[in-house]
Write a protein that binds this ligand. Structure first.
Ligand code: SF4
Ligand code: SF4
Length: 86
């Protein structure tokens, strides 16, 4: 039996793995507190913070793993982490 030396990963395959299914807590915006500083978008490790046309942001819950980094780093506490209900 021959064993291959290495594997080959096709680009873009992480799109198929909807990591939002791992989430225990879900981030939720309070737009009244948001100052549109973009920190949540910049710091999200999963690129799950999406800009909207009005300058605010929304979460892509297909890929947000609920790590809470965005909520921890938001300077105005405009993001709450709430228990996921499934
Ligand atoms: S980090 Fe907070 S204040 Fe800044 S854009 Fe995100 S939600 Fe708004
Ligand atoms: S909870 Fe984590 S993965 Fe989800 S949007 Fe915030 S920083 Fe990104």
């Amino acid at each position: 039996m021959s064993i291959p030396l290495g594997g080959v990963c096709e680009p873009g395959t992480t799109r198929l793995n909807k990591t939002g299914g791992w989430r225990t807590f879900r981030p939720v915006y309070d737009y009244d507190k948001c100052i549109k500083c973009k920190l949540c978008e910049l710091l999200c490790p999963d690129m799950a913070v999406l800009p909207r046309d009005d300058g605010f942001f929304e979460f892509d819950y297909d890929y947000c793993k609920g790590c809470g980094i965005c909520a921890n780093e938001c300077p105005t506490e405009a993001i709450d982490m709430v228990l996921e209900e499934k």
